[in-house]
Design a protein around this ligand. Structure first.
Ligand code: ADP
Length: 502
């Protein structure tokens, strides 16, 4: 344990948890990787090692999938009454809330996010997702159908559909909201009656391991949830390609999403994907700037810009351009950077060295391509993966910083003349289609623009509003399927049509 972690008073339970060996969960038992190897997990604020975790590879994936297969094909979970399943899901939500402080500290330590955000958002939203899903367990319904078969005149049929669990599901998740992403995936897959092998991101496996223990404590039978910790290529890839997995659900980069599709295509596994974004955030001239300026700042800087839906392309109508540019730049300057576990911190470090190099590489490319850095543009401090909140002006449509997902605290601000078809074209001019924002007091216009944006979520006079009941996901290369809401259950259910002649 290092001194830098000590100064921020971790609770004794968190201290004891991170100090223990971190093994994979397979068939209800915690076990080391088959080859005994581990990998290091870091505190991104200090670059120091905080834990060692089982380095699972194909052999471990095989065991985990076999356990999930056994639990699905013969175990009690898929056949348990929906009401009993719902009670276990509800209990998981309760246990998350009972362990809120521990989970928030773990998340902040490992991911770098401000402890206040983890306490107020990540952990309660994760609990709420399980509570919301618990209610759906008893409400998964088919339909009855009246048939008109032309070649059997006069015949009568009793025809109906059943929604059945899809089977063994591989879930691969990222590091930006480690606990919440695990909850978004596990809540619906368990509600549907599937069994799972979950692979958290190698940067941030700790809160998912803690959550898995809470799931066992809540009464989840062995083998229903298996967790393998490891790297993308050596653990994620064999999981996505495994012949005994029925479905892969992935959240992460569009680049890896494409690899997942290829891996799953061998045996045509079902796939759902929640991928990247380069979301337009549009401020019209009649907007209330007291809302729009902090709103646009939050849209990009929340979670250090490490959000797939970050409002990273800010469009401002000409008359208000200077004022909004100045306002967002001032807000960026005032953001207080520091370790996530310092309660005064408003923005922590990026999650890893790789991300740090990626984001600072984009900043360099923006400068080289001729964008003007209004504020930020550099690393912050000399240690830890901190990057200054950055506002770029004078970008052009062909610049990398304008087109590519940076996944860091970097926003491009560009003016537009009229809220017309050209604005819509520019807002939609990206391979992504995850989210968008509109700031205006003209609600008729806001809804008309919302209808034309090719994005899975449109926020009007707000941004980054998430709720278990609001479906979230992407158009275009931002993904397939939706997370949350009752729509997410479609990712994990098959429809069976049954037709009986009567
Ligand atoms: P990022 O680029 O933001 O780190 P990734 O898409 O690389 O996001 O990672 C998201 C998740 O995908 C992580 O759990 C990672 O280990 C996993 N992953 C990375 N590469 C692969 C791969 N080739 N096959 C399966 N999973 C992968």
């Amino acid at each position: 344990m290092n001194a830098a972690v000590d100064i921020i008073s971790l609770s004794p339970r968190v201290r004891s948890f991170i100090g223990q060996p971190h093994q994979a969960l397979i068939d209800g038992r915690w076990q080391a990787a088959a080859d005994g190897k581990t990998f290091d997990v870091f505190n991104p604020a200090t670059e120091e090692v905080i834990a060692r975790v089982a380095d699972c590879k194909k052999a471990d994936v095989d065991l985990a999938v076999a356990a999930a297969r056994k639990a699905f094909d013969g175990g009690p979970w898929p056949s348990m009454s929906p009401s009993q399943r719902g009670k276990i899901l509800w209990k998981i939500g309760d246990l998350i809330l009972e362990n809120l402080e521990e989970l928030a500290q773990l998340e902040s330590l490992n991911n770098g996010k401000p402890i206040g955000v983890a306490r107020a958002a990540d952990v309660p939203l994760a609990a709420d997702l399980f509570h919301y899903m618990a209610g759906w367990a008893t409400k998964i319904e088919g339909t009855t159908l009246s048939l008109s078969v032309p070649y059997t005149p006069g015949a009568e049929y009793h025809a109906y559909t059943r929604r059945e669990p899809i089977g063994v599901v591989a879930q691969i998740i990222p590091w930006n909201f480690p606990l919440l992403m695990a909850a978004w995936k596990l809540g619906p897959v368990l509600t549907a009656g599937c069994t799972v092998v979950l692979k958290p991101a190698e940067e941030t496996p700790l809160s998912a391991l803690r959550l898995a223990q809470l799931c066992l404590d809540a009464g989840l039978p062995p083998g229903v949830l298996n967790v393998v910790t490891g790297f993308g290529e050596s653990c994620g890839a064999p999981l996505a390609a495994h012949p005994h997995v029925d479905k892969v659900a992935f959240t992460g980069s569009t680049e890896v999403g494409k690899l997942i599709v290829k891996a799953a295509s061998n045996d045509l596994k079902k796939v759902s994907l929640e991928l990247g974004g380069k979301s337009p955030n549009i401020v019209l001239e009649d907007a209330d700037l007291d809302l729009a300026i902090p709103g646009a700042s939050n849209a990009i800087f929340f979670n250090h810009g490490q959000c797939c839906c970050a409002g990273s392309r800010l469009f401002v109508q000409e008359k208000r351009y200077e004022r909004v540019l100045e306002g967002v730049s001032d807000a960026a300057k005032k953001i207080r950077l520091g370790p996530g576990l310092d309660p005064a911190t408003q923005m922590g470090p990026l999650v890893s060295k790789v991300q740090f190099e990626r984001v600072t590489g984009f900043l360099k490319s923006g400068r080289e391509e001729g964008a003007r850095t209004v504020v930020g543009g550099n690393r912050y401090g000399n240690s830890g993966y901190f990057v200054q909140p950055t506002v770029l002006d004078g970008t052009r449509e062909n610049m990398r910083v304008y087109q590519e997902e940076i996944f860091g605290p970097v926003v491009t601000v560009t003016p537009f003349k009229d809220a017309d078809a050209d604005l819509i074209r520019r807002a939609n001019d990206t391979v992504y289609g995850l989210a968008a924002g509109i700031w205006t007091n003209d609600m008729r216009r806001a809804h008309r623009i919302a209808n034309k944006l090719r994005a899975g979520t449109v926020w009007i006079n707000c941004y980054n509003i998430f709720d278990a009941s609001l479906p979230f996901g992407g158009y275009k290369q931002s993904g397939w399927g939706r997370e949350m809401g009752h729509e997410v259950l479609n990712n994990y259910l098959e429809t069976k049509a049954i037709c009986a002649a009567i």
